[in-house]
Design a protein around this ligand. Sequence first.
Ligand SMILES: [Zn+2]
Length: 260
Amino acid sequence: MRGWEEGRWKWGDLGVNEGLTGDEGTESMLGVLKGRLEEFGGLKEGRDSVVWSGKADPVSSFSVALCYDFFLRDRTPHGSQVKYHEAFEFLWKSEVPFKVKAFGWRLFRYRLPIIDLLLRRGMAIPADSLNCILCGNCEENLKHFFFSCGVAKRVWSEVAVWVGKEEKFEEACKANFLDWFHFFRAKKVKQGKEGMIWLACVWTFWTLRNGVRFRKDKWSVNDIVWSIKLLAWKWMFCGNITHPNFSFYEFVMDPVFFLT
Ligand SMILES: [Zn+2]
């Protein structure tokens, strides 16, 4: 029964008879919804109202100046209109297969069919498929899966050691891309090759994720790192070829040399 119980709002069955939907997916979605609502007990005092969420501190109310600041947060003064917008330009100029650029664009725009987005769109996902395939501990979302997951970080870290890059865990997607891009630009690698290793990493993560989800593929951190190296070597022969002929073994020994 819904109603107040010891000062907290109980949501009841939300108008859905449990066990009668006849669909396992719907049941699990209902479970997820109930879990989320559980955390929100409701407010006994006052009425629902529209609240300005762009404020920096909890007491200020809406003002044009705050609205201006809110939009300014994503902009850089005297630079591109939107913060990190140059990441898109560098992405499209990268010498990788077109499908990978298109994937990168979807990643930058948060448009990949990743679990938290699918749930928000109302898709029914079984409860045992909600978590990150790498660590199994958190509900899958884009930032976690690609950047903040402990397993993903181990991979990034090994790839960073491989190319001689200082470890820096930037968790915002475009900022992370630009960090790697500028590292390779500072190394004076050929134009179009600066974003290649980063794209090989995220593309490998994504194909692995789909392989595990849909084909129950097996994996290890070592496998992921070697797949990234192999993919990067293959992509070395896209677009402006830096060195006409070299083996995978030679590339693995000194990737930056062959990228310049
Ligand atoms: Zn994880």
